[in-house]
Ligand binder design. Structure first.
Ligand SMILES: Cc1cc2nc3c(=O)[nH]c(=O)nc-3n(C[C@H](O)[C@H](O)[C@H](O)COP(=O)(O)OP(=O)(O)OC[C@H]3O[C@@H](n4cnc5c(N)ncnc54)[C@H](O)[C@@H]3O)c2cc1C
Length: 410
């Protein structure tokens, strides 16, 4: 244990009991990096709004990026119960740093799952060590929440695939070496195809970084593909697998968004509670006012409930449970909506101080919004969850307190 871990924390350490000694060692390493580098630099990263290469290299060198990669490629293929804790720690101080870990899932897991052996050998060691970067290109001008609107077409021509179309909001567009591009098969639009495109492929254009509200230090771009040819070996999985490969990457990234949001919510409470001790008004500290205590109470109880839900989800993923995707939707929606509320209330509790740009809550407030939109908006996840419950109720055990017969005629 290093010194950073002997100081008690405001939020419970109970979830750490799930981790083995090696996993705890990795988490402690991340905690040390948060104290020594990532926390103190978070404001500067956001101010510069440039990809934080030094943080990326640090997380790669320390094996944190590698936790998303298989052992045979030098990674540690960490369990999700560890990865959500790592992302939470980083999200507590810096969204851009947390996104380097969630981004590794999103952009690389489909390569792990579906690339040819040759492409795996070529790319995975570099992606794991931070020498290379990949991006995940699914969203299009007419296909965001509703991915059925995808218009990018991919056709096979002999030993090549040819890509035509546009993508938008693609994270790491300006820094990635390789792009996982999902489109429809030109000859059968009901089938989705995923291919790997190098950034220097002829006909491939990447826009300059697009300006945005928050998540400074996480660059996004639009992409254009005009008859971009890649070798057949760049196909991920089989023709028709494109969407399934994207879904697994998105599933992991959704847990990542939930963990990042919970980390930020925890950070916001830590900051607000410190302010409440420091600030005196109406003859006593802000923390001694019952109304303010009740706000803190709601925040902390709801954060712990959402952390428990996310932990269950991660355990389900690690066990390979069939219903993990619904739980990932629940965890993502609950954690990200909660984070927005917590950060808003924390900012309220810190008054005008919280509204100033040199105070982290201003940044947390802008960053929180993205977690409710990316990797499926809250509304999309609520639709998925509600639809699943209705579907399953038709075959589930009827509530034993009911008589026989339709409830319409009850
Ligand atoms: C900073 C950032 C980074 C991103 N990075 C990537 C990336 O790396 N790769 C990638 O492929 N994409 C990326 N995206 C895209 C992201 O996944 C989409 O923005 C997201 O899926 C929502 O799609 P949309 O923006 O087109 O919103 P729309 O589909 O236009 O939806 C607008 C809003 O409508 C509401 N809505 C949607 N569906 C329903 C419904 N069924 N019922 C009721 N309301 C609904 C929601 O509130 C939603 O926010 C990124 C986006 C941002 C902002």
């Amino acid at each position: 244990m290093n010194q950073t871990n002997t100081v008690s924390r405001l939020f419970g350490e109970h979830f750490l009991h799930d981790l083995n000694p090696q996993e705890l060692q990795m988490l402690n390493k991340v905690r040390g990096l948060v104290v020594s580098h990532i926390g103190p630099n978070a404001h500067k990263v956001a101010q510069k709004d440039e990809f934080a290469w030094d943080t990326f290299r640090l997380l790669a060198d320390e094996g944190v990026i590698g936790s998303a990669f298989p052992v045979e490629y030098g990674g540690t293929d960490a369990r999700q119960v560890l990865r959500i804790r790592i992302i939470e720690e980083l999200g507590r101080v810096c969204s851009a740093s947390a996104s380097l870990i969630t981004g590794a899932d999103l952009s690389c897991r489909a390569i792990v799952a579906g690339a040819s052996p040759g492409m795996k050998d070529q790319l995975l060691p570099g992606l794991r060590s931070g020498q290379l970067q990949a991006a995940f290109a699914l969203t299009e001008p007419e296909a965001g929440s509703d991915v059925r609107g995808l218009k990018t077409l991919i056709r096979q021509e002999g030993e090549h695939f040819v890509v035509n179309g546009s993508k938008k909001f693609i994270t790491r567009g300006t820094t990635a070496d390789w792009f996982m591009v999902v489109g429809r098969l030109e000859t059968d639009s009901s089938r989705f195809v995923a291919v790997l495109v190098p950034r220097d492929a002829p006909g491939f254009a990447i826009s300059p970084e697009v300006d945005k509200m928050g998540w400074y230090g996480v660059p996004i771009s639009s992409l254009e593909f005009e008859n971009v040819r890649v070798p057949a070996a760049n196909l991920l999985g089989k023709i028709g697998d494109g969407f399934e490969l994207a879904q697994d990457a998105l599933l992991r990234a959704r847990m990542g968004h939930a963990a990042m949001a919970l980390g930020r919510a925890i950070g916001a409470v830590e900051i607000a509670a410190t302010y409440m001790n420091d600030r005196t008004l109406f003859g006593k500290t802000l923390g001694a006012h019952q109304g303010a205590q009740w706000m803190l109470s709601d925040m902390v109880s709801q954060i712990e409930a959402a952390r428990a839900l996310l932990t269950i989800t991660a355990q389900k993923y690690d066990r390979g449970d069939g219903d993990v995707s619904i739980y990932a939707s629940m965890a993502k929606q609950q954690a990200t909506d909660l984070c927005m509320k917590v950060v808003t209330d924390a900012l309220q509790l810190t008054g005008g101080r919280g509204y100033m740009k040199d105070f982290p809550l201003e940044r947390f407030f802008r960053d929180a919004k993205l977690n409710q939109i990316g990797e499926g908006s809250s509304e999309v996840h609520k639709t998925v969850i509600g639809r699943d419950v209705v579907r399953r109720s038709s075959s589930a055990q009827r509530n034993p307190s009911l008589r026989e017969g339709s409830l319409v005629d009850y």
